[in-house]
Design a protein around this ligand. Structure first.
Ligand SMILES: [Fe+2]
Ligand SMILES: [Fe+2]
Length: 303
């Protein structure tokens, strides 16, 4: 059985196709220098050292035990109603300032700085890809799920690396051992290599562990964004590290996924390494991002 999610309607699919950027024709100034250390002086994504190691491990333990096929199915249905709020994109950026991400060993400052640091770094290196600047700005907005108005979900259902449910958990998932306590681990319906899916079925047909990625993807799509498919792909899979870093679950990709993956790799460098202490002047860059929001989104969105 294939679980079908998020099929675009014909008009959306067509406009996205026309706008589809070509990763081979990139204009890049490539001025971005990758720093060696995160804000705590450790190398990036190091889950073994640092002040927040234990907190991060506890986070993954809870995530791996609780993200089951049934859990994801139910919570997705609930959030698809988009009945929590009506607001614009920039309003949401400001709202996100109240959130700190427990799963992240590199970041310990307000989220709006992370959004703007990633977006500004990409903008410098890829000045012609305005959709990519905006994608960077909004990629983490789904983290509002931890706020009371948006369901006050526990961090394990909002942040951290993502993975598909409904098929065997891959050993490339960080802190893999905790999956042994997930009820799906022993369920023969869900614990084979392909589980409920088939090879080449396309990533959009996978039920991903629930979190800010899938939520923001859903919000953007359901509100009729004109961002190209590559932008939506980045939003939905940017925490899917087992695939985009290690190649796990690659058997499910189709041809379009492979093309979009190039963009995700471009994006990831900035998502990860712009988490440093370089402070962005919010008021100074706001007009530029407001203009991109107006180009690709309605003034008010349902969340
Ligand atoms: Fe994220
Ligand atoms: Fe991010």
């Amino acid at each position: 059985m294939i679980v079908s999610v998020e099929k675009p309607n014909a008009t959306q699919a067509k406009s996205a196709e026309q706008a589809q950027p070509d990763a081979n024709k990139l204009v890049s100034n490539d001025q971005f220098t990758v720093p060696q250390n995160n804000a705590f002086g450790n190398t990036f994504r190091d889950y073994e050292v640092g002040a927040r190691t234990d907190k991060v491990e506890q986070h993954y333990k809870a995530s791996h035990i609780n993200q089951t096929y049934d859990f994801v199915k139910k919570i997705r249905e609930e959030y698809k109603k988009l009945s929590k709020a009506e607001m614009g994109i920039w309003e949401c950026c400001e709202l996100l300032n109240e959130v700190v991400d427990d799963s992240d060993p590199d970041l310990d400052e307000p989220q709006i700085q992370h959004l703007l640091q990633s977006a500004e770094a990409i903008r410098k290196d890829y000045p012609n890809e305005d959709w990519l600047h905006l994608t960077a700005l909004i990629h983490d907005l789904g983290k509002i799920l931890v706020l009371p108005k948006f369901g006050e979900l526990p961090q394990w259902a909002v942040v951290g690396d993502t993975f598909p449910v409904g098929c065997a958990f891959d050993e490339f998932n960080v802190h893999y051992k905790y999956f042994r306590e997930n009820p799906d681990f022993k369920n023969p319906k869900y614990n084979t290599n392909n589980g409920v899916y088939s090879e080449g079925c396309g990533l959009d047909n996978l039920l991903m562990s629930w979190g800010h990625d899938d939520y923001m993807y859903m919000v953007a799509k359901e509100n009729g964004t004109t961002l190209p498919q590559a932008g939506l792909f980045i939003i939905r899979y940017h925490s899917f590290y087992p695939l985009h870093k290690h190649g796990a679950y690659a058997q499910f990709m189709n041809e379009e996924d492979k093309k979009n993956m190039k963009w995700l790799h471009v994006f990831n460098k900035y998502d990860l390494y712009s988490k440093s202490k370089a402070h962005v002047d919010v008021e100074k860059v706001k007009p530029y991002y407001e203009s991109l929001i107006a180009k690709y989104f309605p003034a008010k969105l349902k969340w």
